[in-house]
Write a protein that binds this ligand. Sequence first.
Ligand SMILES: *Cc1c(COP(=O)(O)O)cnc(C)c1O
Length: 365
Amino acid sequence: MLANLAANSKVAKTLDDGIGKSHAACMGLVIDLPAIAANWNALAARAPGARAAAVVKADAYGLGADRVAPALYAAGARDFFVALASEGRAIRPLLPDDAQIFVLSGHMEGADLSGLIPVLNSPEQFFRDRALRPKGPFGIQLDSGMNRLGLEAGEWAAIRTEALAAGPALVMSHLACADEPDHPANAQQLAAFRVMTEGVTAPRSLAATGGILLGPEYHFDLVRPGIGLYGGQPYTDARPVVLLALPVIQMREVKPGESVGYGYAWVAQRVSRVATVAAGYADGLARALAREGGLKLWAGDIAVPVIGRISMDLITVDVTDLPDVPATLEVLNPRQGVDDLAALSGTIGYEILTSLGRRYERTWL
Ligand SMILES: *Cc1c(COP(=O)(O)O)cnc(C)c1O
């Protein structure tokens, strides 16, 4: 339902500038692939002793794995992580043969893993994989304290000799609290991973975005940034990656005492101009964003308040103070990022990104 009205000249203008600098009015969701590549390069440079992989699970955090993965390959990434075998199969044909695609859920029963590398999480997965793909490449995930995925120390001890003899492509673990640098779990998990992988000659990996920022002792041979590529916390130096501009469908004037939207939740105190824009909670803009009245949309440099309730397909905005109402109002731009929205609705930038709706007109720069 979001109109396909992206004016080519304006998208081209944005392309020239990158969304970090542009004030051009774009329509829909604009995804800045050069910014993602720049973030990948910058995070890789933070871990100069390690290879930098790219995590592109959940459709590259909602931004389109079919565009993002090839762009990151072009930037130099050769190691990719997805959650599910189906996600890996979707990008396998888009990447040259020297790209390795690791599947974090490992070897699930019945999975088609051709061209993919399962990261085996349990003794059961290990024996299933070796029985069905005796020559197939595999990785191992160890649990260093998070208790989510991976072999525990005792399980690892039992299969370690056999597993290492089979030549794993990767031995990895995952940090639970890396976005809190002072959390004692970081050092504890690092120590546990060191103990479990002592003498291992296969490539080792512990750090995602947060772990990269914790420092070199966390980097090992391969780092696995995800959110930092897409402009989210905890990588505060990221270049902004998404611009989301919502088309204005209708304008109206309301008199003092008149109400706007479901539940008559907002009542005009003055003669007001109201813009209705085309997106709502079905597009990932949760009702909770407008709960405390804190959500703003942007017209260039000027912020205007969302009023009333967010409905399924529509949001109403008080544009009384705008000298001119543009064709679109922005909800994500360099001034208001995914973490700002997350703070308003009590979640994290990851969830805002992966919730971005399928109805937006999408443009990849
Ligand atoms: C999602 C995930 C990552 C990437 O994490 P970010 O915090 O997005 O950088 C890395 N490794 C594993 C195992 C993951 O599940």
